[in-house]
Every structure is written in C-alpha cells, then in structure tokens.
Design a protein around this ligand. Structure first.
Ligand SMILES: Cc1ncc(C[n+]2csc(CCOP(=O)(O)OP(=O)(O)O)c2C)c(N)n1
Length: 352
C-alpha cells in the first residue's frame, strides 16, 4: 500500500501535475519555438528577412517553462531574446510574422522592426524595450497596479544576466520587495552578455543569491529541463498571486547562436557548445522524456512537427500578403480614440 502511494507520488512529481494533453502541448510549444528560430535565421541568411535577429535557440526550456505558468490575464515583460516566451503565452504567430516583414498586420502597423514585438492590449506581452533591463521597472509598475486594485494577477519580467549589472535591475528588485509586489523576476542566464562571460559580469557565484539581501528567495534552475523550470516558476507565480511577494529565478542555459545575426560567437568554446547541443538540448530532452513515459509516440511527434511547419508556412504567407503601411497612415493607432486603444489590425488607408 505504501509503495502504491509513493509510486503515485513519483508519477505526479515527474509530470508536475500536468495532464498528458498539457505535456504534449508543452512539447508542441518547444518545437514551435525551435522551428521558428531556425527558419527565421535561414530566411535572414538568404537575404529574405530585413532587420536583425536575436536567436534564443538552446534557451527554449527557460522561455517555455516560465511562460507556461502564466494565466491569460497575467502579464509578461520580455527582453530582446524572449520571443519564444511570448509565443508560449500565445502571441499570434501570423501577426508576429507580419511585424517581422514590416506589414500593416504587425503589432505596430509596420512602424517597427522585428525585435520589438508585443501585444499588450491583446495577450498581455509587453513590447521589449531596448534599454536594458527596462522590462523590470515596467513590470514593477504593473504589479503595483494589480496590488492596489486588489486583482489576483501576476507580472513576470525576463532579462539576460548581463542586464543585472545595471542599477535599474537592483532598484526594481528592491521596490518589489519593499511593497511585496506580485511579480516574478526571471534571469535568463545564457552565460555570455554579448562576448562577456559570467565571471567578468559579476563576482558572486550565482545571480540567484542576489535576491536574498533584498529580502526574498532566489532559485537557480537548469534551463535544459523545461519541467523543472516550470515547477520552480509555478511555485513563484502561486506565491506572488497569494500575496507572498517576489521571487528571483535564474535559469541557466547556453545561447547556441551569436548575440545577433551578425555575430559568429567565436568566443564560445567549441567543446562547450557541442556539449550543450548534444546533451543539454531542452527540446530533445523533453521529447525523449515523453517518449520514455509513453505520453507520446514517434507518430504523434511527427504530427506535432508537421503542425509546426504548417503554421510557420501559413504565417509566412499571411505576412507576405499583408500590405505595407502608407505614409498617410502614420498617426493611426497611436492614440487612445474614444477612450479605447485599438489594437486590432486595420487595413484602412493601407496599400492593399
Ligand atoms: C542600458 C543598455 N546598455 C547596453 C545595451 C546594448 N546591449 C544590447 S544587448 C546587450 C547584451 C545583453 O546581455 P544579456 O543581458 O546577458 O542578454 P542576452 O543578450 O545574453 O540575452 C547589450 C550590452 C543596451 N541595450 N542597454
């Protein structure tokens, strides 16, 4: 009898309370983010995508794991490398692609490039701000508003470990602790800030321990293990929602590609990169886990991959068919009209 209970417990533990459907959905999200990242880079290298690309490949365990814990009415404040987290929270893939190609159906109606993507009035993902780490103070403001209004909502902000050297990061942590704000701080430690490695960024062994002097917990987690990231993030989100205040999560992975499309990242040792790609691939690891627990099989995994590729192609077609903005359009969608900010795309005044 005792064995039965502990077996049931072990079964509940590995899946962190997620049903088979939700586990398969998590695999779909991981595969979608990986495929999107790979195809976007291929299009960029072929000269078919304008602008800059900031790959988050290798970091999907962090992105998907943390964002999967949020409710629709919670908010996500990402930085330049966190599109996978935004897609996980449900950012519309077709409109993301329209934004990438500067079209009217993009979130900024073609005004902005592909690293400033967000749909605040739609799915509550904030557009990344270039100045690091401004996602943090803005998330503080959102969390303060939720608390003052008595809403049971949570704000989650993500930044890289390099951004933690900026004073505003520390101010945000301090304010969140003093006011016990419903916020979750995520540091996506990919071990390099551009070409600067961790030991030249800070003198403490981990980012997570920096939370303690501010008065709240800091937890370090393996970003290659999406379920562990999810488990830790869920505890932090639940704690924030229940009025327990902030938590800092440091999720460690490796950025597989350069800082941006132009950077060959020669500063990352080849052996280290190979080690991560072969043994710490968050997507492959999770797929193998689900196969070993028979939550899915090879045929179903193939269908997930086909779905992901189809959705990417549909998004691409949608973006190419969306009109470019025209100069007379420039003041549209900038201001609140009739007390209501219109976030839905409109082709009014467009070329198409
Ligand atoms: C205040 C500020 N300083 C410098 C930059 C230029 N910059 C953009 S990304 C980046 C590296 C950031 O590294 P990290 O925070 O670790 O995030 P990662 O790019 O590794 O995801 C720098 C220095 C900036 N955007 N804002």
């Amino acid at each position: 009898m005792a064995t039965d209970v502990s077996e049931k417990q072990a079964e509940a533990d590995w899946r962190v309370g997620l049903s088979d459907d939700r586990l398969r959905d998590l695999l779909y999200k991981l595969k979608l983010c990986r495929y999107f990242d790979e195809r976007i880079e291929a299009l960029y290298r072929q000269g078919r995508l304008p602008g800059a690309i900031y790959s988050g490949r290798g970091q999907e365990g962090t992105h998907v794991g943390v964002a999967y814990t949020l409710r629709d009415d919670d908010s996500l404040f990402p930085t330049h490398r966190d599109l996978s987290a935004q897609l996980t929270k449900g950012l519309d893939l077709k409109r993301v692609m329209a934004q990438f190609w500067g079209r009217i159906d993009g979130f900024t109606r073609g005004r902005d490039g592909n690293s400033h993507v967000g749909d605040w009035f739609g799915n509550r993902t904030w557009t990344p701000v270039s100045h690091l780490p401004l996602a943090y103070p803005v998330a503080c403001g959102a969390a303060l508003a939720y608390k003052r209004r008595g809403e049971q909502r949570v704000a989650m902000a993500i930044c890289g470990e390099g951004a933690t050297s900026n004073g505003r990061w520390h101010e945000a942590l301090n304010v969140s602790a003093v006011h016990r704000l419903p916020v979750v701080w995520v540091v996506n430690n990919n071990q390099w800030a551009y070409s600067t490695p961790n030991p030249l960024e800070f003198a403490v062994p981990t980012v997570a321990e920096r939370a303690v002097p501010y008065g709240f917990p800091g937890i370090r987690v393996d970003g290659a293990d999406v379920l562990d990231v999810y488990r830790v993030a869920l505890q932090a989100v639940d704690r924030a929602r229940a009025g327990g205040g902030p938590t800092l999560i440091e999720s460690v992975s490796l950025r597989w590609r350069g800082h941006a499309g132009h950077d060959p990242a020669k500063y990352v040792p080849k052996e280290m990169l190979e080690e991560y790609m072969q043994h710490k691939d968050p997507v492959k690891r999770f797929e193998e886990l689900l196969l070993s627990h028979e939550v899915t099989d090879a045929e179903a995994v193939k269908r997930i991959q086909e779905r992901v590729e189809r959705e990417f192609d549909e998004g691409f077609e949608f973006a190419q068919a969306s009109p470019f903005p025209v100069p007379s359009d420039v003041t549209k969608g900038l201001w609140v009209e009739d007390g209501y900010w219109r976030s839905e795309p409109s082709h009014e005044g467009g070329t198409g």
